[in-house]
Ligand binder design. Structure first.
Ligand code: HEC
Ligand code: HEC
Length: 270
């Protein structure tokens, strides 16, 4: 330790400074502030100081409102490896069940009226399976499809989905295909980052690696497609997992919906 006489007054003043900061903090934190704040909360000085020192318990936090609400699942479907394999194997049971569907969806899964009924031919079996389950559970509403899907068992839904998915997609003569506008092609291929819209084909494109249940859109009737997009937009259709389609459709304009529906209804592969 240095005993240099010049050091002594500095040490003294440094100690006084540190000590006075300490004393001030204690007085301020444990006496002054509690008394001021305690007055606002209707507590006397002694009680406030005891609480600040931790000698008495503080007032309990205000109770938060509790909610009785239960989250509603948008769908009851889950994917497993066995299910995916079964959906890949068309069977005789599927062919038998399909007889009940041909009046609207056509013999080979090609709709008798594409304005109203979607094609099932060449649709992903996973998508068909999910939609039938959702019609059955009521998470996708359709007065026509609900009573048809309700009596189907899990095995029957798998079989009929695998059956229709195995048919080749309807083909259109190239002459029927108008050139899509640039804005629509951009939405399909690149989306619109300014509105947080992912490219439609990030999920719907062939081999896109998107959600397994994303349906194939190509060759579906334009009226059917636009009706579905409008239903997602209004929230009338809400069986999409994580609101994926509702989020997209919510920010599409009516003319974009028409344009996109027209685009996919006249596109071969994408
Ligand atoms: C009376 C006509 C009719 C019959 C019969 C019918 N469907 Fe449908 N189906 C419809 C309509 C209408 C829709 C579209 C519902 C909507 O607009 O949401 C539909 C939609 C579907 C969808 C959804 C496709 C998609 O791309 O989202 C599937 C899957 C389906 N039907 C399967 C079947 C199966 C399997 C059968 C036979 C057991 C069947 N349907 C019988 C009228 C019918
Ligand atoms: C993040 C993935 C994703 C993106 C991006 C996406 N979709 Fe979808 N889309 C889905 C899924 C998944 C479904 C099936 C929803 C369900 O479970 O019923 C679907 C369903 C649909 C349907 C209903 C088809 C039918 O057969 O019922 C239409 C139409 C559709 N999408 C159009 C579009 C268009 C147009 C775009 C671009 C503007 C788009 N989607 C972007 C994932 C996506």
């Amino acid at each position: 330790m240095s005993t240099d006489p010049l050091d002594r007054p500095w040490r003294l003043w440094a100690s006084v400074a540190i000590l006075s900061v300490f004393v001030f903090s204690v007085l301020f934190g444990f006496v002054l502030l509690p008394i001021i704040q305690g007055r606002g909360a209707g507590l006397d000085a002694f009680e406030s100081i005891c609480r600040a020192l931790g000698l008495r318990p503080g007032s309990p936090a205000a109770p938060q409102p509790a909610s009785e609400a239960k989250a509603q699942p948008t769908t009851r479907v889950a994917w497993s490896a066995e299910l995916m394999q079964a959906l890949d194997r068309p069977s005789a049971i599927g062919a038998q069940l399909a007889a009940a569907c041909t009046a609207c969806h056509g013999k080979d899964g090609r709709s008798v009226d594409p304005k109203l009924y979607p094609d099932l031919a060449g649709q992903s079996a996973v998508a068909l399976y999910k939609q039938l389950n959702d019609f059955k559970s009521g998470s996708r509403l359709s007065a026509v499809m609900a009573p048809l899907a309700q009596p189907l068992s899990e095995e029957q839904i798998v079989a009929v989905s695998a059956h229709f998915a195995a048919f080749p997609v309807r083909s259109l003569p190239p002459a029927q295909m108008p050139a899509p506008s640039e804005a629509i092609e951009r939405l399909v291929a690149r989306g619109d980052p300014t509105r947080a819209i992912a490219a439609c084909n990030a999920c719907h494109g062939e081999q896109s690696g998107g959600p397994p249940e994303a349906p194939r859109l190509t060759h579906q009737g334009a009226q059917y497609l636009s009706a579905q997009l409008r239903a997602f937009k209004s929230g009338e259709r809400r069986n999409d997992i994580y609101s994926r389609m509702r989020n997209v459709a919510a920010v599409l304009s009516d003319s974009e919906i028409e344009g996109l529906a027209g685009f996919y209804s006249t596109t071969f592969t994408y």
